[in-house]
Design a protein around this ligand. Sequence first.
Ligand SMILES: Cc1ncc(COP(=O)(O)O)c(C=O)c1O
Length: 359
Amino acid sequence: MEKRIFNFSAGPCTLPEEVMLEAQEDFYSYKGQGLSVMEMSHRSKTYDEIITSAEKDIRTLLNISDEYEVLFLQGGATLQFSMVPLNLMPPANKADYIVTGAWAKKSVVEAKRVGEVNIAATSADTNFNYIPKEYNLTPDASYVHYTSNNTIFGTEFKSEPEVGNVPLVCDASSNILCRPIDVNKYGLIYAGAQKNMGPAGCALVVVKKSLLERSPEDLHTYMNYNIHAKNASMYNTPATYTIYIMGLVYKWLLKNGGLKAMEEVNEAKAKLLYDAIDNSGGYYKGASAVEDRSLMNVTFNLPSEELEKKFIAEAGAKDFSGLKGHRSVGGVRASIYNAFPTKGVEALVEFMSTFKTNN
Ligand SMILES: Cc1ncc(COP(=O)(O)O)c(C=O)c1O
């Protein structure tokens, strides 16, 4: 099959076409070496160059200083729900959580196994369709945890919550690298790879070195950030192929102007879709508060569930896949991550207009 569909999936999701083609070229024999990256020892010189350059490039993209460790860990973002409290909550064993969606709720479940959790703010009252603007923070909390983009509900923080001197911890799984951020504002940032960075199988963790003193000595080995930092993410076999693709994605971003340029593209793509929703005379209704709308996951409803089903079915027949909203909220969700092409958004906007006229 030669053609590519428009894949609006929330993750794993569309990856840059150039990256896919480069990986295809090197799949069978990496740079003519006679073996695939998949088949290569993680201790080999070639693989060392791959992971070292991935780290160098993510440091450049996010402007990460030497005060931070960069780790590539397995277990996805979900393992970070546990690793964060296990490493950073002691010795005070209390943390603040801002709960803006299903993933934040899951992170709270794990944090409660370690210590006291204060819900500093939540938008659960309206099924997470907005971002709370005020927080009830604990001054001596070990950290404040928040989710920068809520993949399921289509809301995002437009800037970091103000938390004073308490370390800020962010689950940035679904909007990392969508725009520049100031890493110095954070104690720790983590993100699963499978949206803006590559295939599933790896979480990127950027953690301030000074926080690593908190990890208890008796923590299980894999759970301890210090072990991974001391071993440059090579304590055990890392997700070698995923990290290789992440490295290609980082190079693709650098080549295309970095995160500032990416932000401009993302703003323009999201505007196309939100304008189509807002100019539909109420036929399409945005599911989240206008000021908190996500650049990555555009959620909306049609006048009835029946029409939503019809919309998704007809869209599928036109090779727009992955538009069904998450099972917990329904409706339509168009995930338009960094690598999703503008022409796909334009095609969806046109389809929305035709569908409205016909229905
Ligand atoms: C914001 C957010 N956090 C965490 C996760 C869980 O990630 P993983 O499947 O890598 O554990 C997801 C997955 O979609 C997510 O969107």
